[in-house]
Design a protein around this ligand. Structure first.
Ligand code: SF4
Ligand code: SF4
Length: 135
């Protein structure tokens, strides 16, 4: 089994076509949508995790490209402005992967970027808007 996290960019003419559904159906690729910004008639972007047999994932990605979708490897990009973070822990409550934690010995907020899936839940949770996520 292979797992790839990629950013898909859909041009306007492709945004409304069910290319993801067809890729899942035809190439047997498990597709987990982690984040999506799609507006009707405009360019759309999606952060997805593709999982399946190596050949299937490769062929599924090629299918997307053939349909006009741009496929790029996802680059983790989360910024935490910890200069005024109070380590209140509010963001940790919504972080389901455990990437954000507050604990001993100093009870300061810690961000483990390797565990972050860029879901964005913590962005809205922080009352001071100290976290930014881009993909
Ligand atoms: S973006 Fe999601 S996974 Fe990453 S730190 Fe925030 S809540 Fe956790
Ligand atoms: S919610 Fe904001 S202030 Fe509180 S721990 Fe998280 S980043 Fe820091």
């Amino acid at each position: 089994m292979m797992k790839r996290r990629v950013v898909l960019t859909f041009p306007p003419e492709v945004v409304e076509r069910p290319v993801i559904s067809l890729m899942i159906r035809d190439y047997d690729v498990i597709t987990n949508i982690l984040r999506a910004e799609v507006t009707e008639g405009e360019v759309g972007r999606m952060l997805v995790e593709l999982e399946g047999d190596g050949g299937n994932v490769k062929n599924g990605v090629q299918y997307l490209k053939d349909q006009g979708v741009t496929v790029e490897e996802a680059i983790k990009d989360i910024d935490l402005n910890d200069t005024i973070c109070t380590s209140c822990g509010v963001c940790t409550a919504v972080c389901l992967t455990g990437a954000l934690t507050v604990g001993p010995p100093d009870f300061k907020l810690t961000l483990d970027k390797d565990r972050c899936i860029l879901c964005g839940s913590c962005v809205d949770a922080c009352p001071f808007r100290l976290i930014k996520v881009r993909f």
